[in-house]
Design a protein around this ligand. Sequence first.
Ligand code: HGY
Ligand code: MN
Ligand code: MN
Ligand code: MN
Length: 408
Amino acid sequence: MINEERLWEHLEALSTIGKQETGGITRLSFSEEERQAKDLVSSWMKDAGLTVREDEVGNLIGRKEGLDPHLPVILVGSHIDSVYHGGNFDGPLGVLSGIEALQAMNEQGMETQHPIEVVAFTDEEGSRFSLGMIGSRGMAGTLTKEHLEQVDKNGISVAEAMSKSGLDPEEIQHARREKDSIKAYLELHIEQGKILESKNLSVGIVSGIAGPIWQKFIINGEAGHAGTTPMTMRRDPLTAASAIIQVINKEASKTGTTVGTVGQLELVPGGINVIPERVEFSLDLRDISEEVRDHVELEIATQAKSICEQYGVELIIEPLQRVAPAPCSDLVQTCTKAACDKLNIETMTLSSGAGHDGMQLTELCPIGMIFVRSKNGISHNPAEWSSMEDCKNGANVLCQTILNLDLK
Ligand code: HGY
Ligand code: MN
Ligand code: MN
Ligand code: MN
């Protein structure tokens, strides 16, 4: 059905944009690299025979008309922005497989009743503004003015970055889709974990997506002279922070399903002979159960407060994002299973620890995901890799699932 050589060539070509000398890809939202990537992907959408547009929040959308234009859209896609020093497949596999599926349909003269769209969502990762999923929030109509005020590490806001890339932040509400305008959203993505590999399976069907809480912990203490300040007379925020980070690790490890990560840490002023004045670190806390996740969050916050009292330092916990875990719809899972059966591809159902754009669309339409095996489960790392065979299987399942959804 799909042309795996062409898909592989596109994956390799896209992976050259944002390539870092030190390895991996850094392609941040509203950056020059992302603009180049969008131009390249847009040209492939046109080659596939799709009409191409960019919506008011920068989502790049390719559309294949259906025989009945009044029917809701079947939406597929993913993202082409990356984390710092990320891999070649996280995001691009879903966008390029969507284009490849529609190109194969057009080349083989396959018509569908529903119009089909493939989208490259803006800023899924959140690497630049510590928010994430800006494009899918825009499509869901949940992107707020506050979101647009969030700044990157150079103090540039989302709104400014949007304006610089030719978008008008005042127009974002026009990206919103009406509830009955999308029949279903389906994303092909690498698993970014080890389960499919451990079962020697190429493709998986996602049952649900764990919900992330992102917070910034700010601890204010008192800068001082490393040599003249006795240990008993310090208000050292870094000592408190290190105790809190141990609590995060302990509490998140207790449930067996929760994951807690401190990915960013900054201290001020950062002198070798200066007791720090302030420490900031991030918390990424997830679980497939919202109740379990929120309980762990409370545990961490309670213990963090008492640690800071003990060290005589001030604690501020700044919320960055909070996304509820998202179930994948039976409709999409059933259509995906039927596609695997038709293609004779053995599969399994598994949950996603990683967040994805579909989480923002659950109020708009049923969502579903297809996973492709990740070598050693590695992702958000230059060593991220999936085989051409597995990518071909995933893209064929995506194509067949679209056709199955079209008959529903
Ligand atoms: O953070 C995530 O789970 C995803 O890679 N954006
Ligand atoms: Mn991703
Ligand atoms: Mn990612
Ligand atoms: Mn995603």
